[in-house]
Design a protein around this ligand. Structure first.
Ligand code: G3P
Length: 216
């Protein structure tokens, strides 16, 4: 399973990268706005050490505008994936960008049919937002199960990025379902290593080792 980091915070990405856990990065306008910095500068800094795809989102609403923005963003770095919203205009843009070998990530996907359309349009990635579905009383992970199954039924190459992850159980369940990628907020990645029995175990081993040292 590939791990992308869902943030535009360069230091957080660097920390996860040093831990060997960054196969790519996803950003969105909200995450970029949080940083209060120049978008292009952020992107170039991330690309200076991340080799995998870095998702950068367009903000146009018409296909022509999206395509123009996508070409521009794609020119900034060698490993861009252009995030395109899940609309008919977005799908038109995906089709054109696919023919130009520009990677796309269809975002704001909330249904299996939307994911099917994204695959048919030739998207490189699709991002179902599971946390936001959970927030409105749906079972976000069921969408992942459905999309993974549908893509397998027809052999689509589009990779599933489990997005809007809120806690470690989301990552665990996505992995059980065989999703290609989880895009994980840094705080969730931090939590994934924790287990109280690990802490207790280390404490006990170190205490016992002190007794061994006293005897040698
Ligand atoms: O990258 C987009 C996605 O992960 C957003 O997450 O928490 O704003 O629903 P969230």
């Amino acid at each position: 399973m590939k791990f992308f980091i869902d943030t535009a915070n360069v230091e957080a990405i660097r920390k996860a990268h040093e831990r060997g856990m960054v196969d790519g990065v996803t950003t969105n306008p909200t995450l970029v706005a949080k940083e209060g910095r120049d978008f292009r500068q952020i992107v170039e800094e991330i690309a200076s050490f991340v080799e995998g795809p870095i998702s950068l989102e367009v903000v146009s609403e018409d296909a022509e505008g999206m395509i123009e923005e996508a070409r521009e963003l794609n020119g900034w770095i060698d490993n861009a994936a252009i995030k395109i919203p899940m609309t008919w205009e977005g799908l038109k843009a995906v089709r054109v960008l696919a023919s130009e070998d520009i990677k796309t990530n269809v975002t704001l996907c909330f249904s299996a049919n939307q994911a099917l359309l994204a695959a048919k349009a030739g998207a490189t990635f699709v991002s179902p937002f599971i946390g936001r579905l959970d927030d409105v009383g749906h079972t976000g992970m069921q969408l992942i199960a459905d999309v993974v199954q549908i893509y397998a039924n027809y052999g689509y190459d589009t990779e599933v990025i489990v997005a809007s992850i809120r806690h470690p159980i989301h990552v665990y369940e996505a992995a059980l379902l065989g999703a290609d990628i989880a895009t994980i907020p840094p705080a969730v990645l931090d939590k994934m290593v924790n287990h109280p029995l690990t802490d207790v175990g280390i404490k006990r081993f170190l205490a016992d080792w002190e007794r061994v040292k006293k005897k040698s």
